[in-house]
Design a protein around this ligand. Structure first.
Ligand SMILES: [Zn+2]
Length: 83
């Protein structure tokens, strides 16, 4: 293995190294719909593999998007990763 050099973390000018405290723990899917379909949203947690929703309709979607992470976090029961 010769000739390949990668800069170590923290060597990038202007971007101080810091631990990445943010992890992807879930995915929020929002379908804004159109004239014939109302908006929909659902949230899939990657830690406990639960899907919240879907909810349908603009008011419900708006509330769901703003609160689902906190709501789910309160009842999330992460599963041990299996190999
Ligand atoms: Zn969860």
């Amino acid at each position: 293995m010769t000739g390949t050099q990668r800069p170590a973390a923290g060597d990038t000018p202007g971007r101080p190294a810091r631990p990445d405290l943010r992890r992807v723990t879930g995915a929020l899917f929002v379908d804004f719909g159109d004239r014939e379909r109302p908006p929909r949203a659902r949230y899939q947690c990657l830690r406990c593999r639960t899907v919240e929703g879907p909810v349908t309709g603009a008011p419900l979607v708006a509330e769901f998007v703003s609160s689902v992470r906190a709501v789910h976090a309160a009842r999330c029961t992460p599963q041990e990763p299996r190999t």
